[in-house]
Structure formats: structure tokens, C-alpha cells
Design a protein around this ligand. Sequence first.
Ligand code: 5CA
Length: 444
Amino acid sequence: MYISKSFIPILKNNPSEAKIKSHQLMLRVGMIKQSSAGIYSWLPLGFKVMKKIEKIVREEQDKIGAQEILMPTIQSSEIWKESGRYEDYGEEMLRIKDRQSREMLYGPTNEELVTDIFRSSIKSYKSLPQLLYHIQWKFRDEIRPRFGIMRCREFFMKDAYSFDITDDEALFSYNKFFLSYLKTFKRLNLIAIPMAADTGPIGGNLSHEFIILAETGESKIFTDKRIFDLDSEGTELEKKSLETLRKKYEQFYSVTDEKFNKKEFENKVSEKNRLITKGIEVGHIFYFGDKYSKPMGASVDLPGGKKDFVKMGSYGIGVSRLVGAIIEAKYDEKNEIMKWPISIAPYDIAIIPMINKNDNLALDKANKIYSELVKNKIEPLMDDTEENFSSKIKKMNLIGVPFQIIIGKQNDGDLLEFIEIGKETKKIRLQEIISILKKQKEKI
Ligand code: 5CA
């Protein structure tokens, strides 16, 4: 993409309405535009990043055997009356009437709808387990939408649902998602910690929030620092191995505000390991047994001829919130330098030529580099405008493309000035740059 042809509406200064750095940056570099309170349009730069996050989330769901479906955004109130949540959900639910005066709603979550899909087709234990997921817009009429897309009213969520016949099997499903979440966030270059959490309007008695640390986060957390040294390396998609993984994490005290107990915290965690801080909830998983299957009559035939209600869990990731969460984690606001992890960067590399009105040398060279990169499946963003050199660099630093090729006045033959944001400048050949980027992209 050439900057001169792009739709990247950059602002000169930080917008005053934005209180946290992710919101500031997203407005500043034109990733989103507010259309009404808590509702946003996604512009090319923001949309590209969100789509890349979505792809990684999808791949990790597929790896644990979850199957993708797509449910509508608009739901009928009937199924919510069956589960008993139509009243409980209160004002957060956007209620709509159609032309026949039927009560409809814009889905804030999909436990009811997926249970309805399940009960109409699955009749026997032989078809279990089933893991279904979709990635779809949700609407919650939040009382205080704020921080841009971090807490908004319309947001993009991956929600998955599991169906099993026994508690034991259901926990196996729960643990598969536990692992897939650790892997997903790792691929996004984030350290997300699973923490025992409250279940709120979703219900059930087992739940973990996945939290990344950030001063601007809305969740208060109490944790044993040692949990940050753990990872899911070596875990197999198999019952025992997954159980061991969850136990490994659960041995360290780590909870959100609602679950906090001062005595327990002080007893279990020595003073030097205590960490009380704030974080952003990027995922949330729940186990709630037959909370929905029972009132909605979702049962299957058991081996002996009896029937039982299926045991369910649900598993959410805030795909759109992750865009903001990653900025909170990676943006150096003081120096106005963003660095997207290559796995989700809107472009792979920036080409910044110093353009001189009287000769086309730098521009010609930049164009050749551009074509060569594209041929190698590397996506460049080139600043072909006549703006001055230092503002071009500033702009690219803000956009956060992780690598840059600078084409200045100096002619070094085949050698190019190559920068990985945050590191020393190198002088290397284009072929070397291509192989560095290819290697980085393979690791994704
Ligand atoms: N049905 C369950 C699991 S699928 C559920 O809805 N869980 S949730 O309420 O915790 O939402 C899942 C994730 O969506 C959260 O972890 C958060 O990352 C994201 N999310 C929730 N509300 C908002 C909001 N108002 N704005 C942006 N993201 C949100």
C-alpha cells in the first residue's frame, strides 16, 4: 500500500477525548471512528489488525477440535424466556420489536441460541463431545461505555460452547479451552494469566478470566508473581496432561476482585511474591453444567437407555478488545512508538524514501524494493508522499509497522538502512531483509 492512496486518516495531535493510550493511538492513526456512544466503525488499519487476531483465534480453536458456525446477531426472545434470562439480563440487553411486534434482541451472548441448535439435532451420547464456536458481533448496552473499543457497546467476540455427558468429560472440554487460550495469547505476544473469577450473568461455579497486566485495566487482581513464569509448553491435548496444566496454574493464588480473600492471599503467598495490580480481561471461560440444558430440555440418550441433560461450558475471547489490549501492552506513549508483533501487524515493513522534487532516484529505488517485497509475499507500506523525512518517520513509528527500510540521501550501493523498531539500524541487502522477514512470519 502507498500512503498517498491509503485511507489512514492520521491526526496531528492526541485527541483530547481519549483517556488511555490505546484509545488515543487508535483515534490518532485512524484505526477506528466512533459512530455513536460505544459504537465504532473499523477503518482499514484497525480492521486489518483485528482480522489477523481473528485468524489466530480461529486457528487455535480449530486445533482443539472446535467446529466453527455462524449464528445471527438478532435473536428471538422466546429462547431467553425458556432459560429464564430474559428478565435477569436487565437493561444491558438491547430489545427490539419487529413489524409483527415480536420481541427480538441483539445478542449479548449465545448460550440459549446454541443450546437450541444443539437440542434440535443431537440426540445421543455417541455424538458427544461437541465443541462449537463462532466469531460474531455482540451488543451490550453498557451503562458506561469507555476507553474506546475496550468497553464498548458493540464488540467482536469469539464465543465457544461445549456439550458433554458427564462432569468429568465436561472438565476435559474446559481444559482444552484453557490450553487453547494460553496458546492463543502467546501467539499474540501477550502474557495472559488465568485467574479464578466470578461468573456473573453467565452462571456456573467454575470460571477463569484471562488477564493481561495494564495500569489502565478495569480488573483489580491479586496474584502470586511466580505464575508469570509458567507456560503451556509440552502439554498434550489429552485428559491427564491438560489436568496437570490447570493444576500447575492453580497452585498459585491468582484471583480477580470479586474472589479476593485477604486472609487466604496472605496465608498462601509470601510477602515477596505478592502482586496487587490491574489488568485487562481478554478472555473468560465458564463451566455451568445443566444451567441452560435443563430448562431448555437439551438432553441425550445414555448407554443404558436413560436420558440426561448435557453439561455445558462457554468460552469467550474479546477479539476487538484485544486490539486495544495489545496497544496497552506494546505502545511506548512517551516516545510515540508503537510496535505491533509481526503476527498481527497491519503491514510487515515500512519503506520510507526521502523524496526530492528534483530527482526520482530514491522513489525509483523504493518502488523496486516495493515490488520485490510483494513478490515475496511481504506486505509493505510505503510513504510516497513529499512530506519531510522526519515527519514520515514519526508517522510510521506511530502506525507501528515493526520493520522499516529508510532510503535517504546516502548511496550505499546494494546496502539498505534497515530498522527493527526499538533496535539498532543495520545496513544490509534486500535479500537479507526478505529472509529475516520470512523467518519471522514462519514463526507465526
Ligand atoms: N458467554 C460467555 C463466554 S462466550 C461471555 O459472554 N463471556 S464474557 O461476558 O466474559 O465476554 C467474553 C469476552 O468478551 C470478555 O472476556 C471480554 O474480553 C469481551 N467483552 C465483554 N464485554 C465487552 C465490552 N463491553 N466491550 C469489549 N469487549 C467486551
